[in-house]
Design a protein around this ligand. Structure first.
Ligand code: NAD
Length: 457
C-alpha cells in the first residue's frame, strides 16, 4: 500500500495499491508482446499520438498543475511553468524526430555496386525510473523519444509523484498509445528494483547518485544500455564587473526556484572579493522578498520540501557550516508546524571543508564564498564529485568562455543558470551521471544504429 501525503500539510491525499513482483512481471511480458506491433506503426502515426498527448496536456493543464502542487508541494505557478515547458519539449520532439530517425545512406559506389546505410532501430522494452522534482520534464525527456522511436516503456514514476505519473499514463492512453506500450509501474524503490529484475533492453534512470550507483550495479551484467541522470552541486562564479543587483537576483532565483529542489539548482556561489559585500547585501534582500507559504497560492515562491527526510540533511549542513566558521545571514532552521518546511537559508564565508559546499543540498539553502581571482574560481568550481552545470556572471563573453572551457560540467551558462533547453544535450559528468537526454542526440539515445552493407549482384 502506497500512502501519498501533501508535503505542505502532512495530510494523506490518497492510499493506493502499488505493483508487486507478479504484476511487474505481467506488465513486462505484456510490454514485450506489444512492442513489435508498436515499432511497426509508421513513425508519422506514433508522432500523431504524441501530438494528441500534447493536446490532452493543454486541455487538462489546470488539473494537472493542481495535482502536481498537491503531491509534490511545487508552488502552483511553477507547476504551470513546468507544464508549459513540457509543451515546448514536445514541440521539439515533434519537429526533430522524423529528421533524426530517418535512415541514412552513408556510402554508395556504383562500380562496386555497394551501398552502406544506417537505420535507427528501437531498443525494445525499456525501464524508465523517474524522479519527483520535475516529473513532467524528467519523464518526458525519456518516454517521449522512446515511444517515438518504437520502444515500449515501463514507466515508474517516483513514489512522491505517483498521481502525476498516473495522469501521464491516462493522457498517453487517451492519445492512442496502447496500454501495453506505455505502462505505469507504481511503487517505491523496492518496486523499482523489481522492475530492474525484468529482462528489459534499456534502463533510463533519473534520481540521486546513491540510487544511480545501485542501478548501474544491478544493470551492469545485463549488457543493456544504461543512462543515469543524477544529482549536482552546481557552481556559479560572479565576476567583478557585473551589475550586482541583477546578478544577485538571477543567481538567487537559480538557487531557490522549485524550493532549491532542481538537479541544476545553483548549489555553490563564488563571488569576486571586490564585490563580495554588496553582492551579499543584494542577495539577502532578494531572498528575503521570496514568499513562502501555501503552494496553491498564486503568489507563493517557496513551497515545502517534498521529502521530509531532507529537513535533517539541511539542519546538518547548517550546523556543520556554522561550526566551521560560516556566517548565517538568513534562515537556518525548519519552519515549525505541519508539513515539511525549511526557511530560505543563506550562509556566507563558507569553504570547501563544509558539507554545504560538497554534498547536494536539494533544498532552499545556499553557501557563498569570496574568491580572489578567476583561476581560484575555476579550481573551486571543479573541486566537486559532480558535474552537471556551471555558470559565470559577468560582462565579458570572452572571459566567461575562457573560464567555462576549463570547467568540467555537462552544461555551462553565461549570465543565466538553472536552465534546460530541449535543443541542447542534457548530461552530466562524474557523479552527475552517464548518457544524455534531449537534443537530437537524446532522440537517438533510444535507438540502436544498425549497419546495412548492401551489394547488388
Ligand atoms: P531517488 O534516487 O531517491 O529516486 C529516484 C527513483 O528511483 C524513484 O522512482 C525511486 O522509487 C527509485 N528507486 C529508489 N531505489 C531504487 C532501487 N534500489 N532500484 C530501482 N529504483 C529505485 O531520487 P529522487 O529523490 O526521486 O530525486 C532527486 C535526485 O534526482 C536528486 O539527486 C536530483 O539532483 C536528481 N535529479 C537529476 C536530474 C538530472 O537530469 N540529472 C533531474 C532531476 C533530478
Amino acid at each position: 500500500m502506497l500512502t501519498i501525503h501533501n508535503p505542505a500539510t502532512g495530510v494523506v491525499i490518497r492510499r493506493l495499491d502499488g505493483d508487486r513482483s507478479r504484476s511487474v512481471r505481467d506488465k513486462y511480458e505484456r510490454a514485450r508482446t506489444a512492442q513489435p506491433a508498436w515499432a511497426a506503426v509508421p513513425l508519422r502515426k506514433r508522432l500523431d499520438a504524441i501530438r494528441a498527448f500534447r493536446e490532452g496536456v493543454v486541455t487538462r493543464q489546470a488539473e494537472l498543475a493542481r495535482t502536481l502542487t498537491e503531491e509534490v508541494g511545487k508552488p502552483v505557478r511553477q507547476s504551470r511553468n513546468e507544464l508549459n515547458g513540457l509543451l515546448a519539449r514536445l514541440d521539439f520532439f515533434l519537429d526533430a524526430s522524423a529528421k533524426t530517425l530517418r535512415d541514412e545512406k552513408v556510402f554508395a559506389d556504383e562500380q562496386q555496386k555497394l551501398a552502406e546505410r544506417i537505420s535507427h532501430e528501437p531498443l525494445g522494452v525499456i525501464a524508465n525510473i523517474s524522479a519527483w522534482n520535475y516529473p513532467y520534464f524528467v519523464g518526458s525527456n525519456v518516454f517521449v523519444p522512446a515511444l517515438v522511436a518504437g520502444n515500449a516503456v515501463l514507466y515508474k514514476p517516483s513514489e512522491y509523484a505517483t498521481l502525476t505519473g498516473l495522469h501521464i499514463a491516462d493522457l498517453m492512453h487517451a492519445a492512442g498509445v496502447p496500454q501495453d506500450v506505455f505502462v505505469p509501474v507504481i511503487g517505491d524503490g523496492l518496486t523499482g528494483a523489481m522492475l530492474l529484475r525484468q529482462p528489459v533492453d534499456g534502463v533510463f534512470f533519473t534520481g540521486s547518485y546513491g540510487t544511480g550507483a545501485k542501478i548501474a550495479a544491478a544493470a551492469g551484467k545485463r549488457m543493456v544500455k544504461v543512462q543515469l541522470e543524477l544529482g549536482g552541486k552546481d557552481p556559479i562564479y560572479v565576476t567583478d564587473d557585473v551589475d550586482v543587483n541583477a546578478a544577485a537576483a538571477g543567481v538567487a532565483d537559480g538557487a531557490f526556484y522549485n524550493t532549491g529542489q532542481s538537479c541544476c539548482s545553483v548549489e555553490r556561489i563564488y563571488v569576486h572579493h571586490s564585490i563580495y559585500a554588496p553582492f551579499l547585501e543584494a542577495f539577502v534582500a532578494e531572498v528575503r522578498g521570496y514568499k513562502a507559504g501555501d503552494p496553491l497560492d498564486e503568489s507563493t515562491y517557496i513551497g515545502p520540501l517534498t521529502r521530509r527526510a531532507q529537513i535533517a540533511v539541511l539542519k546538518k549542513q547548517v550546523a556543520d557550516a556554522v561550526k566551521k566558521g560560516a556566517r548565517l545571514l538568513l534562515g537556518g532552521k525548519p519552519i515549525e508546524g505541519r508539513g515539511n518546511w525549511f526557511e530560505p537559508t543563506v550562509l556566507a564565508d563558507v569553504d570547501h571543508t563544509m558539507q554545504v559546499m560538497r554534498e547536494e543540498s536539494f533544498g532552499p539553502i545556499i553557501g557563498i564564498q569570496p574568491v580572489a581571482d578567476d583561476a581560484t574560481a575555476i579550481d573551486l568550481m571543479n573541486d566537486t564529485d559532480y558535474g552537471l552545470t556551471a555558470g559565470v556572471y559577468g560582462r565579458s563573453e570572452a572571459r566567461a568562455r575562457k573560464i567555462l572551457a576549463q570547467v568540467n560540467a555537462g552544461s555551462v551558462y553565461w549570465n543565466c543558470c538553472d536552465r534546460v533547453s530541449p535543443r541542447l544535450p542534457w548530461s552530466g559528468v562524474k557523479h552527475s551521471g552517464i548518457g544524455l537526454t534531449l537534443s537530437t542526440y537524446g532522440i537517438q539515445a533510444f535507438t540502436r544504429p544498425k549497419a546495412w552493407h548492401l551489394r547488388a549482384t
